[in-house]
Design a protein. Structure first.
Length: 169
């Protein structure tokens, strides 16, 4: 017996809400609005797409479209200038609040690209299609990860003595 949309969506709700929080920079109200938009539109389209990908992937794509439609005005921004050094350090143990705060400092287009490609592991072609941008534009949007990660590392409270906060000996 086929499962209902409600059953399928309920299984993905926690992951979708965490994704919406990331996309909305940790703002619960904005995340709830994006999630409601996502589920409303997905419910309407669910029966119409018999060859849809797995429900998680399908819902994530709709959530990114809802987020971009609601928050991103104009074309995607140019990538940040400056050196393309990747921040070093362990970021695997950062808290969600730190990650959400760093995400909020990144414009909506690159935030959506980072969420799809780096956090949800979508392929470039699929992510570019969902965002409605060319693959090379997606690549440029992903350059914002360096900016975001530098914010994460600064916010983590871990210092290595090079920021003028070392204790004199």
């Amino acid at each position: 017996m086929p499962r209902t949309f409600e059953e399928l969506a309920a299984e993905e709700m926690d992951a979708l809400y965490q994704g919406a929080l990331f996309l909305c920079g940790g703002n619960p109200r904005a995340a709830e609005i994006v999630l409601v938009d996502t589920l409303t539109l997905a419910f309407r389209d669910h029966e119409r797409e018999p060859d849809a990908p797995p429900i998680q992937h399908w819902l994530e794509g709709r959530m990114v479209r809802a987020f971009v439609r609601r928050t991103a005005s104009g074309p995607p921004p140019l990538p940040p200038s400056g050196p393309r050094n990747r921040p070093s350090g362990r970021v695997g143990r950062i808290g969600t609040e730190t990650l959400f705060k760093a995400a909020a400092a990144v414009p909506p287009w690159p935030r959506a690209a980072i969420w799809l490609v780096l956090l949800r592991r979508w392929g470039y072609q699929e992510a570019a299609a969902v965002l409605g941008v060319a693959r090379d534009v997606l690549r440029d949007l992903l350059r914002y990860r360096d900016h975001m990660m530098s914010i994460v590392l600064r916010s983590s409270g871990r210092r290595n003595g090079t920021h003028g906060d070392a204790v004199p000996t």
